[in-house]
Design a protein around this ligand. Structure first.
Ligand code: ADP
Ligand code: MG
Length: 307
């Protein structure tokens, strides 16, 4: 689902519960996807330049959050990025590097200030024809939190959901934590840099190594820089965020990616509920702080640093 492998861990065999979780994920994906024409999000996109579209209250709240984050000064997170994502097709068949002039034309359609929201009617209006919203950088976090809430409602004490790198955990055994592997970029499925120990926390990783294509010795990955139109290019190979809410983890991985290590560490100093682990191209692993989790390095070819 959602173009990713999904893992649900429960401590008791319960097919009905597991089916309930997967039904919930499917329902939420159906509302938000841009890969099928009939979602709530695509209804907004189809009406771009023509009229506002009313959506369900939860989808409206999600869009409102994505809009606000996209408008932060210098934000690398931009949910109006749809036209660029569609053109690059990274992770899909037919990907190619667009000519610069084409990227510039598309950048004009990716402005979040060209989107109006109406709290009274829960409607969203994209001012220009050709504009498209894409919630790919926030949807998995939102759904991971919805799964956690559903499991809690069902009186589940201990569980883990992994939506393609968006992990959310539930636990009540104070002496035990979940061990969550931090993957080695561009290595085998099971190759780990280290282990994150956390409980009742979300652990979200965004990396350049999950969805990309190579051309003429260059690697083009799926997190685009809304300022240039090209994939984000800096010292980072992955960013992991540990937080209570997975939606925050999903948002912050993209924001911090765009800032790079140095700016991120300064930025995070004032936000104690968000903690991050950065993996750089020169094999450094930098933890912003470790109040909500602890990190164990397994691969000594990486250097562990405190932010
Ligand atoms: P993943 O879990 O797949 O690594 P991310 O949370 O990093 O996902 O989001 C990547 C997805 O978000 C892309 O596949 C695309 O749909 C969309 N996207 C790409 N660049 C941006 C951006 N700068 N801001 C917001 N969304 C983006
Ligand atoms: Mg994200």
């Amino acid at each position: 689902m959602m173009g990713s492998p999904i893992v649900l861990k429960l401590f008791e065999h319960d097919e009905t519960l597991a089916r309930g979780v997967f039904r919930l994920i499917k329902q939420q994906e159906n509302r938000l996807t841009v890969n099928r024409p009939d979602s709530e999000v695509m209804a907004i996109n189809h009406a771009a330049g023509r009229h506002p579209v009313a959506v369900s209250p939860p989808v409206y709240q999600l869009i409102k959050r994505a809009h606000a984050v996209s408008l932060l000064p210098g934000s690398a997170f931009n949910f109006a990025i749809g036209p660029l994502v569609k053109r690059w097709k990274i992770g899909f068949q037919g990907n190619s590097v667009p000519p610069k002039a084409e990227l510039e034309a598309l950048l004009a359609l990716t402005r979040p200030d060209g989107i109006s929201l109406d709290d009274d009617t829960h409607s969203v209006f994209l001012h220009q024809p050709g504009m498209e919203i894409d919630l790919g950088a926030i949807a998995k976090g939102w759904i991971a939190d919805a799964v956690r809430d559903y499991l809690r409602q069902q009186q589940v004490d201990d569980a883990l959901i992994n939506l393609g790198g968006n992990v959310q955990t539930l636990g009540h055994r104070t002496e035990r934590c979940w061990d969550i592997g931090l993957k080695q970029p561009f290595a085998g499925e099971d190759a780990l840099i280290g282990v994150i120990e956390a409980i009742n926390r979300s652990v979200v990783t965004s990396g350049v190594y999950e969805r990309y294509f190579e051309l003429d010795g260059r690697c083009y990955h799926h997190i685009l820089d809304p300022r240039s139109g090209y994939p984000l290019d800096n010292e980072l190979l992955s960013v992991t965020v540990v937080s209570r809410e997975s939606i925050d983890g999903d948002i912050y991985t993209t924001l911090l990616y765009g800032m790079g290590v140095e700016k991120s560490l300064i930025y995070l100093a004032d936000i104690p509920q968000i903690e991050a682990i950065f993996v750089t191209r020169d094999r450094r692993v930098i933890c912003s702080s470790q109040r909500q989790f602890s990190f164990r390095l397994l691969d000594n070819s990486y250097r562990l640093e405190r932010g």
